[in-house]
Design a protein around this ligand. Structure first.
Ligand SMILES: [Zn+2]
Length: 164
């Protein structure tokens, strides 16, 4: 089982990148430190933070926590990947907004929710089983792949050969 994370409200961007790579995360921008630690303990999640005080509190109360190194998205993603042996590869598995699972959807199911030109230009579509947001690999996808590859390179994690 890959690890699941509880991401500190200061690390919203890291939270999105972890979801893009298919990892299960919980994220709340406004949770207090106490709320975070309680949720981490209850659900057995690893707290990711750059707050040394929160890290110390977590360790003192027996909650698994990790201090995320780096200043860029790529460096931070690499830092978590190195620590937990994560494979970094963008997949259509998790909603970046709510963390819900994505399910493949047919063109008919999402027509009307996707701009006509995207509907014609792209093939695969997915819908979040949590919030309903529709996803497709649009023109931004190449940049996503590039960024995740860079994080992978920094982490020194080798990409599986058969992945896209
Ligand atoms: Zn969602």
């Amino acid at each position: 089982m890959p690890p699941s994370f509880l991401v500190d409200g200061m690390l919203g961007s890291l939270n999105r990148w972890l979801r893009i790579c298919g990892y299960e995360t919980e994220f709340s921008r406004d949770a207090s430190d106490d709320e975070l630690l309680e949720r981490g303990r209850e659900r057995g999640l690893i707290v990711l933070t750059r707050d040394r005080l929160l890290l110390r509190e977590a360790r003192r109360s027996g909650v698994d926590a990790f201090f995320v190194e780096g200043s860029s998205d790529e460096e931070r993603l690499a830092s978590v990947a190195r620590e937990y042996g994560l494979v970094l590869d963008p997949v259509m598995a998790r909603c970046t907004i709510c963390g819900g699972r994505l399910k493949e959807a047919s063109r008919d199911e999402i027509a009307g929710e996707v701009p006509q030109n995207s509907l014609e230009a792209y093939d695969g579509f997915w819908r979040c089983s949590g919030c309903g947001k529709v996803y497709w690999r649009g023109s931004h996808w190449a940049r996503i792949v590039e960024k995740v590859s860079e994080a992978s390179r920094i982490a020194g994690v080798v990409k599986p050969e058969n992945s896209l």
